[in-house]
Design a protein around this ligand. Sequence first.
Ligand SMILES: Nc1ncnc2c1ncn2[C@@H]1O[C@H](COP(=O)(O)OP(=O)(O)O)[C@@H](O)[C@H]1O
Ligand SMILES: [Mg+2]
Ligand SMILES: [Zn+2]
Length: 571
Amino acid sequence: MRLSKYFLPTVKEIPSDAIIPSHQLMLRAGMIRPLGAGVYSFLPLGLRALRKAMDIIRDEMDAIGGQEFLLPALNPVELWEETGRVKAFGETMFHLKNRPLVLAPTHEEVICSIAKNHVKSYRDMPQIWYQIQTKFRNEPRPRSGVIRGRQFLMKDSYSLDATWAGLDASYSRHAEAYKNIFSRAGLKFFIVGASSGAMGGSASQEFMIESASGEDTCALCDNCNYAANLQVAASNVPAAPRYPDGEKVEEIHTPNVKTIDDLRVFLKVEEHALAKSLLYMKEKTPVLVLMMGNDQLNEAKLESVLGGGVRPSRPEELKELTGADTGSIGPVGLNPRPAGGEPFLIIADKRLQSANNLISGANKNDFHLKNIDLTRDAAVSGYYDLRTVRPGEPCPNCNAPLRVVKAIELGHIFKLGTKYADAMHAYYLDEGGKEHPIIMGSYGIGVERIIACLIEQSHDKNGIVWSKALAPFHVHLVLVNSNNERVVAAAEHLYEDLQASLIDCLYDDRTDVSPGFKFKDADLLGMPLQVIAGEKNVANGKIEIKVRATGNREIVEIGSAVKLVEKFIEA
Ligand SMILES: Nc1ncnc2c1ncn2[C@@H]1O[C@H](COP(=O)(O)OP(=O)(O)O)[C@@H](O)[C@H]1O
Ligand SMILES: [Mg+2]
Ligand SMILES: [Zn+2]
């Protein structure tokens, strides 16, 4: 491709609304242009990179027996009512105004409706169906460029199985395919156990890259490679002790002492002697949650323990229910409720399992209780892992200190089970003629994210550093002296030879820009190899080759350039 004819609007300035490196560089390199919040046009150079990512995806999906579909983005709203997901997606789903249609944010329902009509026997399975298609999600805060768009490309696939072992196999195949896809793209990724969110179902894993620009947070162990989304991450912190001699509960006056740290200082006790009480509501049930000391409650963990629909209590509500304000509430004497109403559900973090000699609020402002024995004085209905892991805590597998890092989710694999088949009555007949719901899995990859994440991981102050697999062009050929006939002839000749060898070459043949400008553009655009045709070298029958990633330069015979480029690409 000749740069003189190519539509490639590069810009020098950093666009003011772009904060993260991949967004800035994709705009500067003329790959994308914004059309509205979270909506981007891909320009020719951007599309070339996107295509490379899609080629790798198709290759690996086909390799695990995937069959490619193209499902409609426009879906009847009734289809989504069948599974209750109009409500589950809420504001995130786009609804059309003049017909009862929605823009699909994902495609489980469409897949399930096809399966229901055509996958009728155990003999029809397993199936892996995939597509690469546009998804629509009304993201509340689209930012980070194409990493969080309102319209984006997803490779989504779905497995249909007759047995749970079959689902396990389809899931592992996908895990393998995903590892291959991201490795081939040149991404450094890690895999975490995740919570399943709005999808529902059992096992789920996310493929992540570590990045300061990420919106997810993960705990990582560099020693044993334990990795988990902070929503589910655990650590090996010690539990609060249980003392052999427990005294009777006693009220203590704690005027204006509310926070755990103030209490610790005021009462001269260890943090593990303090049980922090928090009040949540699950519909009409007040839920008192006990955490050790300054441990932070993880609301995602609380949601999964209580089955969703949980919210923090409002201050007036908390006062009315307990008789005290935040910082003075506690687990003792809450039930039965004097004024009637749903009894309190009291749950505690695992660290407090069977602990005694604890201090917590007295449900009376300015007072706390000491010597609380959770097995004796509070009706704790269960102990669960409810805390948020902090950096430096011991890894649950090997006790090495955990790192807590920001990360971007590239892909997600779920074992859905029979949730969708149950809701939509998608049944098959087994060998004995008995009816069962089809067992499904669902698997997604953000296609634009592959590109943006590669740039997040692979750039320097001058621009993008493409991996060979995703680079829009393999080679950037720079004609330095466009006024020197010999140099022009050499560059033109080389351009033809590279094309004849099927090497993707971007040829900067422009006559109206300075060499310095061309070099800057070559670094900004970041193709793996730069081949530089300049006066001095060409006069000696030579040409310069620069490796973008390392900056290494080599001067070689013009005649050997194509072979060297080929060797570099294949290596
Ligand atoms: N708004 C978005 N913009 C770009 N890519 C997205 C967006 N939302 C999701 N993706 C990509 O699609 C993949 C599958 O999405 P999914 O797991 O269903 O979404 P989420 O994690 O947002 O619930 C994600 O791993 C991510 O790579
Ligand atoms: Mg996800
Ligand atoms: Zn470890």
